[in-house]
Write a protein that binds this ligand. Structure first.
Ligand SMILES: N[C@@H](CCC(=O)N[C@@H](CS)C(=O)NCC(=O)O)C(=O)O
Length: 225
């Protein structure tokens, strides 16, 4: 039997997004927890990023492409609405979050500030954090407005929300970003509502960012109520 194989450390927000998508559709998969730029990843991703995927003879890189494949190949609820305008809005928010929000909130603030600070004693890198904060102070109100209806698109949890929730999870964990989240009432309510969702809970990382993690390899069928 061809089994879906997701490769990448579960603390990665992009790996988590793919795992939420699998849980939403009720697709079982094998998870191999490895860091970027390891042989399993480099064999598939041209620049060694996670996640990557194997399914029979099919290999894929990039979270959005992996989710598109999973959505089309497997049964289960669609990750993207059928309505063309709503479908395009999902793409708009996935793209916008991945090109404007993730680079500042995750790569610069969490990554360079706290997880890989590059300081001699591994203490937080204040320069990286302080460089990110003015941009984040502008972006939080924008995202607060974007989720005013309770979802990024339409009236149901779509791939756009699956992409944003792991990022918000990390925002809630660090001091300056959790203060920004607390000061963004709609975004905070959105986060607190969807973090309880079964697909999000069932795929929540048990490991720290920057580590490969040691989650259970087999993830059983997980269907949302
Ligand atoms: N555009 C990629 C981004 C994936 C990505 O940045 N993954 C991070 C981990 S969260 C990574 O592999 N970083 C290593 C690197 O950038 O070299 C996707 O959507 O899959």
């Amino acid at each position: 039997m061809r089994e879906l194989h997701i490769i990448g450390g579960p603390a990665s927000n992009y790996v988590w997004m793919v795992r939420i998508a699998c849980a939403e559709k009720g697709v079982p998969y094998l998870l191999t927890s490895v860091l970027p730029h390891t042989p399993e990843v480099d064999a598939i991703h041209p620049v060694g990023k996670i996640p990557v995927m194997r399914h029979g003879k099919v290999t894929l890189a990039e979270s959005r492409a992996i989710c598109a494949y999973i959505d089309r190949v497997f049964d289960g609820p669609a990750l993207v609405p059928a309505d063309p305008v709503e479908a395009a809005r999902v793409e708009q928010w996935v793209s916008l979050v991945n090109t404007s929000i993730d680079p500042v909130w995750i790569r610069q603030y969490v990554g360079a500030g706290y997880i890989f600070p590059g300081t001699p004693d591994k203490s937080p890198n204040r320069a990286a954090i302080d460089a990110a904060l003015p941009k984040m102070q502008q972006q939080f109100p924008m995202m607060d407005k974007a989720v005013a209806s309770g979802h990024l698109v339409g009236d149901r949890f779509t791939l756009a929300d699956m992409n944003l929730m792991p990022i918000l999870y990390y925002m809630n964990k660090f001091p300056e970003s959790s203060a920004l989240l607390a000061a963004s009432p709609k975004l905070k309510a959105y986060f607190e509502r969807h973090i309880r969702r079964k697909s999000v809970q069932d795929s929540m990382p048990q490991s720290q960012p920057g580590t490969a993690g040691s989650e259970p390899a087999k993830v059983a069928r997980a269907v949302n109520a």
